[in-house]
Design a protein around this ligand. Structure first.
Ligand SMILES: [Fe+2]
Length: 328
């Protein structure tokens, strides 16, 4: 477990970035993607003055070594602790390659990262926040892997998105019990691929009959789009929830533990909703930059604020980078 210190009388600020996902060529000097990521990170750090930067996966594309190095250098340049979890694209060349990325992260001066038990993947670890020796909150950083075979209802084998596997759920359950016993106020989970409960939360929260693909961010702030009980939700869903194809058991473990108040995921670049579902906030991190597919109005980062009593707020911080993408 890695422990960071919260200053008394001041919120601890976590800035989450997700899916920057650029290839080597897109890091070339002057490329719109590079200009966008550099501008976006500088703006986010300036505006939010984070104590910790987390990255919820798809840092680049497996094999794009230069791209990883460029991103790590940019992250390290702020002198702020930064901590990644791996996404499906980081994992797509296999465990050995992901482990080499982990080694590169560990070489960086301001990175904080633990590989954790290799049986669980790469990078299942806990970051804790304390204030003057008093436990405040704990972040479960988890590897949601790449894809795995899935047998559908017709008995055919198809590919499904990855998930937290049974061993990881067991690890989480044992560790969160210890964290609770140590007196931590609450905890959060950060991973790349959303857990299956995101599908349930979306179905429960958005009113029926809405055209989600057409909904604007402004409209999502209106209570009229949310079912009773979900009025505090916000954000859009421009693509389906790309979780594992069947119930993964994560949400049941989280509810049983009764300690984790927030799950934060990436992966679906053009979804950014935040829904409080059965007592747990399920959130999409706001996609960072223009790598891979994006919507210019849905780019920036997500700010999680920690008070002395634990996680107190979550909001998206939008950064306008359209100037770098105007038609020439
Ligand atoms: Fe991605």
């Amino acid at each position: 477990m890695i422990t960071l210190q919260k200053k008394p009388g001041k919120d601890f600020v976590i800035l989450n970035l997700t899916d920057p996902q650029m290839n080597n060529a897109e890091w070339a000097e002057g490329h719109p993607h590079r200009k966008t990521i550099e501008h976006t990170l500088a703006e986010l750090v300036r505006r939010t003055a984070p104590d910790l930067i987390t990255v919820s996966g798809d840092l680049a594309w497996a094999g794009e070594d230069h791209s990883y190095e460029m991103l790590f250098s940019l992250l390290d340049s702020f002198g702020i602790p930064w901590a990644p979890v791996w996404g499906n694209h980081d994992n797509q060349k296999g465990a050995e390659y992901t482990d080499s990325l982990a080694d590169r992260v560990l070489l960086r001066r301001h990175s904080i990262y633990e590989k954790g038990d290799p049986a669980l993947g790469n990078g299942n670890y806990i970051i804790s926040v304390e204030e003057e020796g008093r436990p405040v909150t704990a972040l479960f950083m988890m590897d949601s892997h790449d894809r795995e075979p899935f047998v559908n209802q017709k008995g055919e084998t198809e590919e499904a998105w990855g998930r937290l596997n049974a061993a990881q759920i067991e690890w989480y359950s044992a560790e969160v019990e210890k964290i609770a016993a140590m007196g931590y106020c609450d905890s959060a989970m950060i991973m790349h691929i959303p857990v299956y409960a995101y599908r349930d939360a979306s179905a429960a929260a958005y009113r029926e009959g809405l055209n989600l693909r057409e909904m604007t961010l402004e409209q999502s702030l209106s209570e009229t789009v949310w079912n009773p009980g979900y009025e505090g939700s916000f954000g859009v869903q421009y693509e389906g929830v790309c979780s594992y194809s069947a119930e993964d058991g994560v949400f049941a473990a989280v509810k049983k533990a009764g300690h984790t108040r927030l799950i934060l995921a990436g992966h679906d670049h053009i979804n950014n909703w935040v829904i409080a579902y059965e007592g747990v906030k399920l959130a999409y991190g706001l996609k960072t930059g223009s790598g891979c597919y994006w919507r210019p109005q849905l780019s920036g980062g997500t700010v999680v604020t920690v008070s002395k009593d634990g996680i107190s707020d979550l909001r998206h911080e939008y950064v306008d980078a359209t100037a770098f993408h105007e038609a020439k």
